[in-house]
Design a protein around this ligand. Structure first.
Ligand code: OAD
Length: 239
């Protein structure tokens, strides 16, 4: 385990040019959005098989939509926290996120790969076209103009990640001098496998060591909003 100060000093001497932030639900925890697997996490109270699989949607689309609507409302009421805002100061860094909450974009990060989609977009189940989700749902489940059902534009268990997102994340990880691994349990693949592609330094920021911790160069057992801002400052100072 390392201190924030020690890792900040290491970053200053590393002078990383290519930086990737790989984030999970923990980066949004201090915005008040529940994670999936830590205390109070969504998968401790709900069964993923009932809500986040193509089979669940085929069985009961209204239930799935209600759950996503509830989550959308939580996220709408939330604000980006100090970790999102700090990362947005790194103009040339790539954020690779497993989150569907869109908070990195709202914080001002321009280069964001959303591996698991975005909860504020919908996709037509017939045509595959995506669009912004309606602000308020007037019918349940909502339908496309073509008459087919719309679904949230997120990745469910058993589905493939978008090729373009994986390709961009893979290349960035391979080229990175520094990857910040923030707030993920590192147990959901293929996303979690991306970190091992980095040949540079990797820093985990997580109050509880994750499945990826042993493969990281440094681990900081702190929350994202506490540890990310000083590390971002160290990156900016090293330039
Ligand atoms: P998890 O809920 O599995 O893990 C959240 C991680 O955040 C845990 O390791 C916590 O210790 C850590 N954490 C909690 N509070 C934190 C804080 N304030 N600062 C930093 N870290 C904190 O969430 P993910 O790893 O994102 O997939 O889960 C991966 C995927 O599993 C999600 O994208 C989702 C889920 O099923 C899909 O929906 C496809």
């Amino acid at each position: 385990m390392s201190s924030i100060e020690d890792v900040a000093a290491a970053i200053r001497s590393l002078r990383p040019r290519k930086v990737v932030a790989f984030t999970g639900a923990g980066v949004s925890a201090e915005s008040g959005i529940p994670t999936f697997r830590s205390a109070g996490g969504l998968w401790r109270n709900f069964r993923a098989e009932d809500l986040a699989t193509p089979e669940a949607f085929a069985r009961d689309p209204e239930l799935v939509w209600e759950w996503y609507e509830w989550r959308r409302q939580l996220i709408r009421d939330a604000e980006p926290n100090a970790a999102h805002l700090a990362l947005a100061k790194l103009d040339d860094a790539l954020v690779v996120t497993q989150n569907v909450d869109g908070l990195h974009l709202r914080a001002g990060s321009h280069e964001v790969v959303e591996l698991h989609g975005n909860i504020f977009r919908v996709r037509c189940t017939r045509e595959g076209t995506t669009s912004d989700a309606p602000g308020e749902l007037t019918e349940m489940p909502p339908r496309c103009a073509c008459g087919a059902m719309l679904r949230p534009d997120v990745i469910w268990f058993g589905e493939l990640l978008p090729d373009d997102a994986v390709a961009r994340a893979t290349q960035a990880m391979r080229e990175a001098d520094l990857v910040l691994v923030i707030g993920t349990s590192g147990v959901v693949y293929p996303a979690a496998g991306l970190v091992a592609l980095c040949r540079g330094a990797t820093v985990e920021i997580n109050p509880q060591a994750s499945a990826l911790a042993s493969g990281c160069t440094y681990t900081i057992e702190e929350t994202a909003a506490v540890a990310v801002p000083p590390l971002v400052d160290a990156i900016l100072e090293s330039r």
